[in-house]
Design a protein around this ligand. Structure first.
Ligand code: PLP
Length: 385
C-alpha cells in the first residue's frame, strides 16, 4: 500500500488528537442538549460556553462577540448579507477583492442580483490589493468592505490591519474572511479593526461542519436562522456541541506552539527545490505568505492530470481550490494575478500541516519533477514552446 502524504491541508485538515479527545465525550455520554436544565444539558452548555471563551481569546475578542455557525461559508454569508441589509438606508455599495473565496464572491453575486453594487479590487501578481485603490473606491454609499485575511489558493496574506483602519476612518463596516488564517498565523480581531471575522474549524484541526463569526460588540446582525433562539437569537438550532468543542480544543492546542518557523522552513525548501523544475513559477506573495502554503504554475501542464499522477504516488495535493475542482474553469484567483487561462490550468497547491515531515518534503521534491516531465512528454503544448 502506498503511504499517503497529505499536502492538502488548506482544503481540510485531519482532526487533531487534542480535538478528537475533547469532542468524543460529547458524542457519547455527554450528549445532552445544551438547552435542557438537567446536568447532562448543563454540562453540554458549559462546554459550549468554555469553547466560546477559548475561541474569543484566540482572536483577542470577548466571548459574547463569538457566534457559532456551521463553518466558514455560513459565517461569510451571514456577515455580508446581514451587514448590508441592516445598512440599506446608508447605501448599497460593497467593496471586495477579486481573489475572495466563492463563499464571499457568490454571496456578492447574489446581492448584486438583488440590487446591490459591488466593486472588485484587482490584485497585483503577488495577490496584493492597492490600499490607494481601496481608498479611492470608497463612496458615500459604501456600507461594507469584505476582504480576506489570507488567500486559500496562493497563500498571500493581505494587509488587513491597514484595510480595517481605512474602513474605520471612513465609517464603513469591515468584514474579513480569516478562515485560512486563524490557527495558522496570529490573528487579532481588534488590531485588525474588524467588525466581523469568519473562521472555520476544519481548517485548523477541528471537525467539519463547525465555524464561527466574530461580531464586534455593539454591532447588531439580523438573525440568520429563526427558531429556538440559540446563539443569543442570532442562529437558532441545537448547537453542534462536539464540533464546537473540537474547534476550541484544536485552537487551544495549536496556538501556544504555532509551528510558524517549522512550516515556513518546509514550505521554503519545497519552493526552492520545486522552482528548479524548468518553466515553473511561484504564485502568490513570496514574503507575506501563509507558512503552510506553497503554490506553483508549471507551463504546458494540466493541473488535474498532475493531481492524478501525484495521487498514484500517494501525494494528496490540489490545483486551484478544492471548491472549484470538478470545474474546468481556471481559478479566478490565478487569473486575477495576471496569469493567462492556459498558465492558470497548470497550477499546483501544496499545503502543509504540523503532521508533515521532512521526509514528506523529500519525497515530493523527488517525485514532482518526474511527474511534470512525464506530463510534458505527452503535452502537445510543450513542443510548441
Ligand atoms: N473561506 C476560505 C478562505 C476558505 O478557504 C474556505 C474553505 O475552503 C471557506 C471560506 C469555506 O469554509 P467552510 O468549508 O468551513 O464552509
Amino acid at each position: 500500500m502506498v503511504t499517503i502524504i497529505y499536502l492538502d491541508n488548506a482544503a481540510t485538515s485531519k482532526v487533531s488528537k487534542a480535538a478528537l479527545d475533547a469532542m468524543l465525550p460529547y458524542l457519547t455520554e455527554g450528549f445532552g442538549n445544551p438547552s435542557t436544565i438537567y446536568s447532562a444539558g448543563r454540562d453540554a452548555k458549559n462546554a459550549v460556553e468554555s469553547s466560546r471563551r477559548i475561541i474569543a481569546n484566540a482572536i483577542g475578542a470577548q466571548p459574547e462577540e463569538i457566534y457559532f455557525t456551521s463553518g466558514g461559508t455560513e459565517a461569510d454569508n451571514w456577515a455580508i448579507k446581514s451587514a448590508v441589509e441592516m445598512n440599506q438606508s446608508k447605501g448599497k455599495h460593497i467593496i471586495t477583492s477579486a481573489i475572495e473565496h466563492p463563499a464571499v464572491l457568490n454571496t456578492l453575486k447574489h446581492l448584486v442580483k438583488c440590487g446591490y453594487e459591488a466593486t472588485y479590487l484587482g490584485v497585483d501578481e503577488r495577490g496584493q490589493i492597492s490600499l490607494d485603490e481601496l481608498r479611492g473606491a470608497i463612496r458615500s454609499d459604501t456600507v461594507l468592505i469584505t476582504i480576506m485575511t489570507a488567500n486559500n489558493e496562493i497563500g498571500t496574506i493581505l494587509p488587513v490591519s491597514e484595510i480595517g483602519a481605512i474602513a474605520g476612518e471612513n465609517g464603513v463596516l469591515f468584514h474579513t474572511d480569516a478562515v485560512q488564517a486563524v490557527g495558522h498565523i496570529p490573528v487579532d480581531a481588534k488590531a485588525m479593526n474588524a467588525d466581523m471575522l469568519s473562521m472555520s474549524g476544519h481548517k485548523l484541526g477541528g471537525a467539519k461542519g463547525i465555524g464561527a463569526l466574530y461580531v464586534k460588540k455593539g454591532l447588531r446582525l439580523l438573525p440568520l436562522l429563526h427558531g429556538g433562539g440559540q446563539e443569543r437569537g442570532g442562529r437558532s438550532g441545537t448547537e453542534n456541541v462536539a464540533g464546537i468543542v473540537s474547534f476550541a480544543a484544536a485552537l487551544d492546542d495549536i496556538l501556544p506552539r504555532l509551528p510558524l518557523e517549522r512550516l515556513a522552513q518546509m514550505r521554503d525548501r519545497l519552493i526552492q527545490e520545486v522552482l528548479k523544475i524548468p518553466r515553473s513559477r511561484l504564485t502568490g506573495d513570496r514574503v507575506n505568505r501563509l507558512p503552510g502554503i506553497a503554490s506553483f504554475i508549471f507551463e504546458a501542464i494540466e493541473g488535474e492530470s498532475m493531481l492524478l499522477l501525484l495521487d498514484q504516488l500517494g501525494i494528496c495535493a490540489s490545483s486551484g481550490s478544492a471548491c472549484s475542482s470538478g470545474s474546468l474553469d481556471p481559478s479566478h484567483v490565478l487569473l486575477a494575478t495576471g496569469l493567462s487561462h492556459e498558465a492558470a490550468h497548470g497550477s499546483l497547491r501544496l499545503s502543509l500541516s504540523e503532521d508533515n515531515t521532512d521526509d514528506d518534503i523529500n519525497y515530493v521534491i523527488e517525485k514532482l519533477p518526474e511527474v511534470v516531465a512525464k506530463l510534458r512528454r505527452m503535452s502537445p503544448l510543450w513542443h510548441e514552446i
